[in-house]
Design a protein around this ligand. Sequence first.
Ligand SMILES: C[S@@+](CC[C@H](N)C(=O)[O-])C[C@H]1O[C@@H](n2cnc3c(N)ncnc32)[C@H](O)[C@@H]1O
Length: 230
Amino acid sequence: MGNPINKYYDLERSAEAARNGTHRNLVGGFWDELGLLQFDFAKNRGLSPDHYVLDIGCGCLRGGVHFVHYLTPGHYYGIDLSQDLLDVGYDVELSRLKLQTKLPRKNLACDAEFDAGQFGVTFDIVIAVSLFTHLPFEHVRLCLTKLANVVRQGGIIYATIFHCPHDHDWLQPLEHSPGSMISHSSRDPYHYRTEDVSRLVAGLPWRVDFIGDWHHPRDQSMIMFTRTGS
Ligand SMILES: C[S@@+](CC[C@H](N)C(=O)[O-])C[C@H]1O[C@@H](n2cnc3c(N)ncnc32)[C@H](O)[C@@H]1O
């Protein structure tokens, strides 16, 4: 039986992909397209080179390579469950683009419980692409709770989910178009209703804006969480 949360908790699977060079496929493929999509999205919405950016569930830096290239040296930070994905991102993907000098290795941390406080940085923008799609409710809630402590007032999280519309029975598998991915209520990949997202932030200092379609090739919807003052 696979891991009850998501397939990435099988760390040997990620290690094997890093060893045999299939890490790009492991994080979902569409390497150039999805890397640029997330970077361009953030840039078009006001990302600037002096911002401090946290990429949570950064994997092997599919988006990260673009952010590192653009940001002031040292302003990109990443967290992932797999040290092997972080290593192949740093040693292969960043190295290939001669970008390692722009990123201290200590800016990449292996952690499964979203502990961004370890960096001692206040972030302007957090990117969470294809992370909440793999996490059950209580893990997303834990992530949003911890991020509230490290994002400045007015700072933003851009996160993707599989959206379950009202005309679909939440209990039933949901096929998405484009991409033909099938999401579920209680196993990976997970889908969420709009009101589930409101419940995720209940009592937390986040305002939620549902952006929806952002041209993701597998129909992931974009949600914007803005850090409020209280
Ligand atoms: C589909 S990949 C996306 C990676 C990256 N955001 C990108 O766009 O290429 C999902 C990533 O989430 C990571 N992940 C899954 N559960 C996690 C957790 N609890 N904490 C941190 N990372 C996690 C996986 O290891 C994997 O790298």
